[in-house]
Design a protein around this ligand. Structure first.
Ligand code: HQG
Length: 183
């Protein structure tokens, strides 16, 4: 596997399908690296310990964290697997957060708000440039502005993952507006 393929495979296993290689994660998302490698190899993937370590430290997004003893790895956010229920602290968000999506989802988002889909949270960005990059993954990017300050004042919980990605359960349509491009 190329380093990029290894990183994608690790993201898939650690966020969505640990059972696909017989791996157990704890509630905070930690996996034993030896078990991850053994499970991958048993399922025909040429994954190695150095490839896991490289995936953990490379990339601007800081998707993963290694344990202090170097024996375990976890994805910081983005989980859909019910094995993981990270105990994120609730924190006050900035007044405005941003969500990058694709134009083809806008009608549905305006009708229903932002929903987490298969993931456990809706993912929000602190800056518009990041939101554009997130949206581009799905098609023609469109950035929505989230009135996080008002949501928080009304009791919606927000969390900030260690890599700076903001998380909340859902965003009702009334808290969404068009980004004016000046933030
Ligand atoms: C859209 C990446 C229709 C939502 C990024 C998004 C992020 C709706 C898509 C992280 C909707 C879900 C997460 C509704 C939301 N109707 N579409 N009511 N509500 N959507 O990939 O936020 O590279 O699950 O706008 O950097 O794009 O994986 O979520 O377009 O932090 O590390 O449904 O993934 O990080 O797509 O991305 P996703 P996301 P990684």
């Amino acid at each position: 596997m190329t380093p990029e393929d290894a990183s994608k495979f690790i993201a898939y296993v650690l966020r969505h399908a640990p059972e696909s290689i017989g791996l157990r994660l704890d509630a905070e998302g930690w996996a034993d690296i030896d078990a991850l490698v053994a499970g991958a190899v048993a399922n025909g993937r040429g994954l190695t310990r150095p490839a896991v370590a490289l995936a953990a430290i490379s990339g601007a997004k800081k998707r993963y964290e290694l344990s202090a003893d170097g024996l375990r790895i976890r994805a910081l956010q983005g989980h859909s697997t019910p094995q993981v229920r990270r105990g994120f602290e609730s924190v006050a968000p900035p007044a405005w957060l941003f969500h990058g999506t694709a134009t083809r989802f806008l009608a549905s988002i305006r009708a229903h708000g932002l929903l987490p889909g298969t993931r456990q949270h809706v993912h929000l960005s602190a800056d518009e440039a990041t939101a554009v990059q997130v949206g581009q993954r799905h098609g023609k990017a469109h950035v929505l502005r989230v009135d996080a300050g008002r949501m928080h004042a009304l009791g919606h919980a927000f969390h900030c993952a260690e890599n700076g990605v903001w998380l909340t359960e859902s965003v009702p349509p009334g808290f969404l507006s068009e980004s004016d491009g000046t933030s």
